[in-house]
Design a protein around this ligand. Structure first.
Ligand SMILES: *Cc1c(COP(=O)(O)O)cnc(C)c1O
Length: 384
């Protein structure tokens, strides 16, 4: 039996970063300021500098970051607390549920358009076609930088300008990723990040962050995360209790020292997979040398309806893999009925759900483990 290869090894990462994290936690134990303590402010300042965004606000999760970004835009742009269901936001159906769910929670209606089969990101042609016929209903675009790969932000921002739409970037999978010379999350009206433990920059529990260059938006978000007012005992808006915990901010600050190194490691592992799997029949690798990609996931496509078979084979050989995502959003009950709009048939999304497979990409994994995964995939192909 060979040593198991997990998707991610958080124990190994903790050992590597132990000194920084332990020191950060010890400071919290000393000061005991658990709600909006000094680490929250420090994290907001450090991430704003890193992203080159004017403002960052910590939140209780990436999901809440999306909801808060949309709610604050509703207040700012419409003067209403929530959007209404006649107001539409275009997004991808090939993402984590939270992306579409946040749109529903903001009061708006999600419009699902198909993805590009090469990048797995939202297809710009599809957005354009929908806008040409329905622009009067659309208020915004919510692109997701899936697997850590940037959407074409030039095209998205130019459509947003043409049709006067807001853009909220879902950057949950792409902390540190960039589009041209700009960090993801700094390009749209707001960016929503997640510190879920398995993300490229993860905490020891739930947490998130919103980046924005709009001061009014940042002020509103700061009110909404603490019940909706500047004064918590006399509030203006329908708010939430959605602050990031001091202790999570401390952990994330400690881990930030390693973010760029870990993202570089992810790129090297991706390159090793690309080289190892090049030309293997029935396996489609991500396109190489994608600038700004931070490989939250290394995701291959397994052709000929054989994805589940390969996943089972690798599991028998102690190699973990994951399917992101087995179900498209438009097929889920929560987005059924009149709650969401399906712009067109979504064949690329449905095909991706059936064929994608994400391989282990632990930033500290040894190179021979990557080779081992490659060898097992080749073995599976050849015994066939
Ligand atoms: C993880 C994730 C979220 C939600 O983040 P949480 O911190 O888990 O709430 C949203 N969108 C995408 C694309 C994600 O991967």
């Amino acid at each position: 039996m060979q040593e198991p290869i997990p998707m991610l090894d958080l124990k190994l990462e903790y050992e590597h970063m132990k000194a920084d994290i332990d020191a950060a936690l010890a400071r919290c134990l000393e000061h005991q300021r658990w709600i909006l303590g000094p680490e929250v402010n420090a994290l907001e300042e450090q991430t704003a500098t890193y992203l080159d965004a004017k403002h960052c606000v910590g939140t209780s999760s990436g999901t809440e970051a999306l909801v808060l970004a949309l709610r604050s835009l509703a207040i700012l742009r419409t003067g209403q607390e929530f959007f209404n269901c006649a107001q539409q936001i275009i997004t991808t159906p090939f993402t984590f549920t939270a992306t579409g769910d946040a749109i529903l929670r903001s009061g708006a209606t999600p419009v699902f358009v198909d993805i590009d089969p090469v990048t797995f990101n939202i297809d710009l042609v599809q957005i354009k076609q929908y806008l040409e016929k329905n622009s009067e209903h659309v208020i915004g675009i919510l692109p997701v930088h899936l697997y850590g790969r940037a959407c074409d932000m030039d095209a998205i921002l130019s459509l947003a300008e043409e049709y006067d739409l807001f853009v909220v970037e879902d950057v949950a999978q792409a902390f540190g990723g960039s589009w041209k010379d700009k960090k993801l999350g700094s390009l749209g009206d707001a960016g929503a990040f997640s510190f879920f433990p398995s993300k490229n920059l993860g905490g020891f529990g739930d947490g998130g962050l919103i980046s924005t260059n709009n001061g009014k938006l940042a002020d509103l978000i700061r009110m909404l995360i603490k019940h909706g007012g500047k004064d918590k005992y006399n509030v203006d808006h329908i708010g939430y209790n959605a602050r990031i915990d001091t202790i999570q901010a401390a952990v994330v600050l400690g881990k930030m020292n390693y973010l760029d190194e870990f993202n570089r490691n992810r790129c090297q592992i991706a390159e090793a997979y690309n080289q190892g799997l090049a030309g293997v029949d029935g396996i489609v690798c991500p396109t190489a040398d994608e600038p700004g990609h931070v490989y939250h996931q290394y995701t291959i496509r397994v052709e000929n309806d054989r994805r589940n078979e390969l996943q089972d084979y690798l599991k028998e050989n102690s190699i973990s893999t994951m399917i992101y995502y087995p179900y498209p959003l438009h097929k889920m009950k929560v987005f059924g009925g009149a709650r969401a709009i399906v712009a067109n048939a979504l064949p690329e999304t449905e095909d991706a759900c059936k064929s994608v497979l994400s391989l282990p990409i632990e930033p500290l994994m040894e190179k021979d483990k990557v080779q081992n995964v490659v060898a097992q995939i080749k073995e599976w192909i050849s015994v066939d």
